[in-house]
Design a protein around this ligand. Structure first.
Ligand code: GN1
Ligand code: MG
Length: 374
């Protein structure tokens, strides 16, 4: 099946082998190796798009192609040959996607990217220099896209980071209690109810001059940055499915949530979960080294709150999926989503105890870069 689908794309050489890559929890990903007549090899990334999550795959691909070609032009303008951009490989008939039709008539959509070689991704990083590079990668992405004509992008998943809408959806699903799991998760629900006042914080200001719409990635997980295997500098950001108009605060908050936690998202031992302030500082420093001069005063002021809010949001999403019978995120054990929700709540608690420290650091770090520029 994998061979059948990859052959529909404009790839070079004959398929030699393929293997599954397990990093994402939404799409299915395969790395395919081909061999050319002269013996050289090529590698491609084949992905089956989860159409439960991304219901408009062609529009999603249009967003990705728009943004990647814009990024490429910007990098050329800066004579940047250190960094790379994902390339969409078209089908032999010139499309960005191909599909296989199941007996039921349902279509499974696939796309292919060039595989970026000499790269590595991490699920957990403890080295501050690498974390600086990860923060810088996201700042670089936003800096290059800062003048992108936003109207060309479609919001493929409306309200993706609208925490308030996520909160109301959770309340609805609690009432429905389709799997009879609500009783079991009362403490986790109370945790969220007690913080409901912060849910509208970013979305209520989004679209004003204080918190303008910007091109955002919306899934700034630590393993969505490809690092150069040799130098450990960043090479490219990947997983562009959720590139949409949004707030930079979504990307920054989610990035710190994912990169500066002392544990991975499904760590069960709550005592191991905290926000590592050294990593927070390194990430923020890297991010602001690219973006400081382009942020509004209000965006800078909201950065610490965004870390708390994005973490709370993910706990809402994991808990909601558990209550609904695990229909959204892939799971590998019965309580996987509940474990993830508890994990994120433990992180929220630790973040709350460090907010004042982070506020102070962000202010000083921002001032450092703005002064340098003046
Ligand atoms: C999902 O599939 P993956 O791992 O790239 C999710 C993100 C979550 C993340 C949590 C489209 O991303 O929003 O932060 O899981 N993506 C979507 O691990 O919902
Ligand atoms: Mg993703």
């Amino acid at each position: 099946m994998i061979e059948e689908i990859i052959k529909k794309f404009n790839i070079e050489g004959e398929i030699e082998s393929w293997e599954i890559n397990h990093t994402g929890i939404i799409n299915s990903t395969y790395v395919v190796t081909t061999k050319l007549d002269n013996g050289k090899k090529r590698q491609y990334l084949l992905q089956k798009i989860n159409t439960n999550v991304f219901s408009e795959p062609f529009i999603l691909m249009k967003n990705i192609e728009e943004v990647t070609s814009y990024l490429e032009t910007q990098m050329q303008k800066e004579d940047d040959d250190k960094h790379q951009v994902l390339h969409v490989v078209h089908t032999k008939t010139g499309k960005a996607l191909s599909y296989i039709e199941e007996a039921s008539g349902e279509r499974d959509y696939y796309r292919v990217y060039n595989y970026i070689a000499n790269a590595v991704t991490y699920n957990k990083v403890v080295d501050k220099k690498i974390v600086f590079q990860i923060g810088k990668a996201w700042g670089h992405f936003q800096r290059l896209l800062r003048n992108y004509p936003m109207r060309r992008l479609t919001e493929t998943i409306p309200d993706f980071h609208n925490t308030e809408a996520r909160y109301y959806k959770l309340l609805d699903d609690i009432k429905f209690d389709s799997e009879g799991r609500v009783m079991e998760v009362t403490p986790e629900i109370v945790f969220i109810l007690m913080r409901s006042d912060i849910c509208p914080l970013i979305t209520e200001q989004l679209g004003t001059s204080a918190v303008p719409w910007r091109v955002t990635h919306n899934d700034t997980k630590v393993n969505n940055v490809l690092m150069n295997k040799k130098t450990n500098d960043f090479l490219a950001v990947i997983d562009l499915d959720t590139v949409m108009p949004g707030s930079i605060l979504f990307d920054y908050g989610d990035g710190i949530r994912s990169t500066a936690s002392t544990a991975e998202e499904d760590e069960e031992d709550i005592s191991k979960i905290a926000l590592d302030l050294d990593l927070f500082e390194a990430y923020t420093d890297g991010y602001l080294s690219e973006m400081a001069e382009f942020l509004t005063y209000e965006e800078v002021a909201l950065m610490p709150d965004a870390i708390r809010l994005m973490t709370l949001e993910l706990s809402i999403r994991f808990l909601d999926d558990y209550i609904n019978g695990d229909t959204y995120f892939k799971i590998s054990s019965e309580k996987h989503n509940l474990i993830r929700a508890r994990n994120q709540q433990a992180l929220v608690v630790d973040i709350e105890s460090k907010l004042d420290y982070m506020r102070d650091f962000i202010r000083k770090c921002h001032a450092k870069y703005v002064k340098k520029i003046k």
